[in-house]
Design a protein. Sequence first.
Length: 74
Amino acid sequence: MNAHFVLESEELNYAFIDKLRQMFHNKRVELSISESDDTDYLCASAANKEKLLDSIANIRENQHLVPADPKLFE
């Protein structure tokens, strides 16, 4: 059985380990931990990367910005 988890470091707790023990009861397991960056995922596609870089350029140049509704932050 294979499983892939993506979670925040705060979620690495005893409950998570207990769940792994249940899933892989009496099995040998190998854990590999790596840092995850959403930017890498977004840049995996050429179209997404171009859109992301265009958005960054728009912010730097103060162009094509959409004002946020202050009520969203209450």
